[in-house]
Design a protein around this ligand. Structure first.
Ligand code: FMN
Length: 253
């Protein structure tokens, strides 16, 4: 063995599958609609679980997985939740109601798990170091003490031409950070439902204090949306899908 071979790091290699059916992928995306009326057909438990598992595979900031998904199935809670969703038809007729919650209260726990559950026998030193530091990037401290400190420190560093990542300078930034990632899981969930032949309606038309009360959420847990799910009723989509001219949104610069 040459000395070069001896020092060569063993790299992880995960090939990208090439046999993906793009037409079916397009069909899933293009047939997803916001469904406002569902049939009475229940979603089988295994299908719902498979969809939730696919939601959890969404990309998420630093793999900190700052989300929770409450599948509200108790009839009493469901009744309250429909009321919290302003009695929207999409909520009233949904077979399942899932409250998607962004959270900033488990940063330390999730960071530690990224070390203990790293999929090598031991997390590399750089990974361990990263996860010891990263919670501070999104924490803001008591009375925003850490947030304020970071504000000053980042300003100073940037004046010295240092490039720095997105961080949380206050609880609203932290909420945005967790919300961004949670919304990606929500999209995975609705696409997964579609792929299994079911449909959904994302809803932010809900009374937040009431949702908080129903689920007993703490003040670092933020309901992002309620997803109503079920089988599309024949008259469940109210009009054809339309988007504005792509030129309005896509700029190649
Ligand atoms: C974050 C978010 C919140 C939404 N809230 C509601 C809602 O409360 N009620 C509703 O009927 N639709 C809601 N929608 C659905 C949108 O109205 C819908 O996505 C949009 O009109 C485009 O239609 P499409 O989803 O069928 O393509 C929401 C969608 C998103 C992404």
């Amino acid at each position: 063995m040459t000395s070069q071979n001896k020092t060569e790091k063993k790299r992880y290699f995960e090939p990208a599958p090439q046999d993906i059916d793009v037409e079916n992928f397009r069909k899933v995306i293009e047939s997803r609609r916001s469904v406002r009326k569902f049939s009475t057909k229940p979603i089988p438990n295994d299908v719902l679980d498979a969809c939730l598992d696919l939601a959890l595979l969404a990309p998420n900031s630093s793999n900190l997985q700052p989300w929770s998904f409450y599948v509200v199935q108790s009839p009493a809670k469901k009744k309250q939740l429909v009321k919290a969703c302003l009695n929207q038809l999409a909520a009233k007729t949904a077979q399942e109601l899932i409250v998607c919650v962004a959270r900033t209260d488990r940063l330390d726990e999730m960071a530690k798990m990224n070390i203990s559950e790293f999929p090598f026998p031991e997390a590399p030193a750089a990974v361990q170091k990263y996860y010891r530091i990263i919670p501070y990037n999104y924490k803001t401290g008591y009375f925003n003490s850490l947030g304020n400190f970071k504000k000053v420190a980042f300003k100073l560093a940037r004046s010295l031409d240092k490039q720095l990542p997105v961080t949380a300078f206050n609880p609203a930034d932290a909420k945005l950070w967790a919300t961004k990632t949670t919304a990606l899981a929500c999209e995975n969930l609705v696409l997964a439902l579609r792929a299994y032949g079911f449909d959904s309606c994302m809803m932010e038309g809900f009374d937040e204090p009431l949702v908080r009360k129903i689920l007993n959420l703490n003040d670092q847990q933020y309901p992002v949306m309620v997803i109503g799910a079920g089988e599309r009723a024949e008259d469940g989509v109210f009009f054809p899908q339309y988007r504005f001219d792509r030129e309005l949104f896509i700029q190649k610069v």
